[in-house]
Design a protein around this ligand. Sequence first.
Ligand code: GRF
Length: 217
Amino acid sequence: MRKLRLGVMISGGGTNLQALIDACQQHGYPAKIEVVISNRPDAKGLERARTAGLKAVAIDHKEYEERAAFEDAIHDCLTEHKVQLVCLAGFMRLLGADFVGRWKDRMINIHPSLLPSYKGLHTHARALEDGVKFAGCTIHYVRPEMDNGPIIMQAAIPIAPDETEESLIAKTLTYEHRMYPAAVRLIAEGNARVSGHKVVIKEDVALPATGLICPLP
Ligand code: GRF
């Protein structure tokens, strides 16, 4: 089996990166990580990559006067490693339209909300403030507008009456860690296809029989 070649881009702790590392170490998983890139040289995720024996590269945005040059350096690194799918996993710099266009339908992102609600930062606190009953997380193809693009996979996460921002962040991350490897598998196995603004999932991929209701009726 030919494995899909991944490039993972991070800025911080890299728990989603770790979930992908762990998945790629499973026998028969259809993808492998070729390179991990961080715009922050001190990102803990770079250590995680090195510990796993992966190529870990810091491309520090502060060393570039212009965003285009910074993004060219990332692009060159990804192409040098023959990356086929870029996985943004807590990469905290906005990417320009040129870069995004070069990786159109070959770059995905994970965001801690049920998009299109709560784009941007502080998603959990904003959901709690609004009193919504479900939070969630989303994996989507990247388009130039922030946190926008065809949605591949989502989890709806019930908000408990005593939920705090901290508990919701932790709970959401457990779903993120399950979803990211699953979404990459969908793509690697050819079961997800972009069609216009949507992602079409192959019919024979299992879906849950029921939705989630919170609070339970
Ligand atoms: C995650 O919540 C992800 O959804 C968001 O940034 C966070 C990254 O966390 N885009 P980690 O670095 O993977 O632990």
